[in-house]
Design a protein around this ligand. Sequence first.
Ligand code: FES
Length: 135
Amino acid sequence: MFVSLRVFGRSRELGSGKHAFNEGRYPLGMVTNPVVFQLRIEPQGWVCPVPAGVSIWKAARRAGIRLPSSCLNGTCRTCLCRLISGQVVYSIEWPGVSVDEREAGWILPCVARPISDVVIESPSALRELGIGGGG
Ligand code: FES
């Protein structure tokens, strides 16, 4: 069984190497199974797991890493950061990033859910003392 998804990211499957949305059909298991992806936050090099269906922001928070945030619903853009590699889907219909920003790799981690291992750039991320971030 397959599901239709709107995927954002940069990969060989998406063609030119540019960041772009790609409408596609993906195996249901890829979306619903208890898959865990890896999130790496640069330049700190912190690593943490992201269960499928969980936003980047929430997974980082669970690992004791605070990414910038305010609204947590994809509208304020406080969390805006670069997706260096990997692919994400959004939990809202149209996240608040422009076409140019999306093509340059900008994402909103509060509503972006990885469907592969991802690397983001968030220089202002903070790590809570005494809580492991896995990396
Ligand atoms: S925290 Fe507001 S858009 Fe992500």
